[in-house]
Design a protein around this ligand. Sequence first.
Ligand code: CAA
Length: 385
Amino acid sequence: MNIPLTLTLSEEQSALQSESRKFARTEILPIAAECDRDSTFPTEFFKKAHASGFMNLYQEVECGGTGLSLTDTCLVVEELASGCAGMATSVVANDLALSPLKFFATDEQKEKFIKPICESGAFASFCLSEPGAGSDAAGISTKAEKKGDYYILNGQKQWITNGGYASQYTVFATLDKSKKHAGICCFVVDADTEGVTAGPHEDKLGQRCSNTTPVQFDNVKIPVSNLIGKEGQGFAVAMKTLDASRPMTAIIATGIARAAYEHALRYATERKQFERPISSFQGIQFMLADMATDIHAARLLTLHSASLIDDGKQASVESSMAKRFSADVGMRITTDSVQIFGGYGYTKEYPVEKLMRDAKLMQIYEGTSQIQRVVIARELLKDIS
Ligand code: CAA
């Protein structure tokens, strides 16, 4: 159900939010620091998340998903991210990989490619970025060659979330690089297909428990029935998918920011300097006031963009605004939280340094903050030029 313009949560939405918060407190928070330290992918956690309906949130019930609207998905994801952004990222990565199919696959393809993933609790990965094509998504080099009833894929994908655990990849490849975006196609590739190799897990600054790998495709032969949408439609498939997934990443940034704010608020009332809690100083109060305001604004922007998508409206600009604003807010608030904790905040004894490291990624993946500004500015200038 969509959030109405008043943005008052319905009883069902409040219950969903409380249930997700409880799940984050009991299943995520106790293991978050250890998984971060060791860069461990928490397989058992994901099994519990799947069993409790916290995986494949945005996928249709008929396809084995939880069947939430994008708005409700965002309510859940904020709670998961407030526990650990890396786990939230790995959770929503399945929705990112399956949404091209949700939007463009035939019923037969949905049955074949979405349902088994959702029902089994397996992972799927979205493979767009490459070593030489990040922001310039239309500049991908992974090649698709049609040979009879098959396509042969060759190329390398980079920064693939859950790449080492996925049993299925949603892969974007070009039939003809000179055609730029018009040559791109979207394919489903079974991870067990000969020639598919996931590389080693990246040793990242933050979101360390989320698995990130390169994935190599060497003469990978896939049937034509694995083409999603039409030949040359792949770029639009990717962009429409990102329109819907950017609110999910925006709300991860909000979840991180909220956790940092809550830690800072508590600490500011406990920590005494000059014989009084530091929260009694206006310098700290103003930081807390700005944090609370920015979190509220980020959440509203995100839920609004999600509700537009739920209503079937074009919301590229609103999604980009939500992602840009929330990611930048996440970075600023986590940095300020470390500042309020002072020297203690800079140590691993307290959770705020992790939040600051986790927040940085939000300004980079699913389109950098600069790319979001490109999307927004192009639309602003469209009718003028
Ligand atoms: N929906 C549908 N179609 C769209 C669209 C959208 N949102 N945006 C663009 N298109 C269409 C355009 O209408 C145009 O079509 P026509 O030729 O028919 O007119 C076509 O696509 C090309 O559009 P542009 O000219 O705007 O394309 P561009 O090359 O200039 O690129 C861009 C635009 C916004 C910069 C895009 O490349 C982009 O979003 N880059 C960032 C990529 C990104 O976010 N990558 C993240 C990878 S996933 C990840 O990080 C996840 C993870 O695992 C953690």
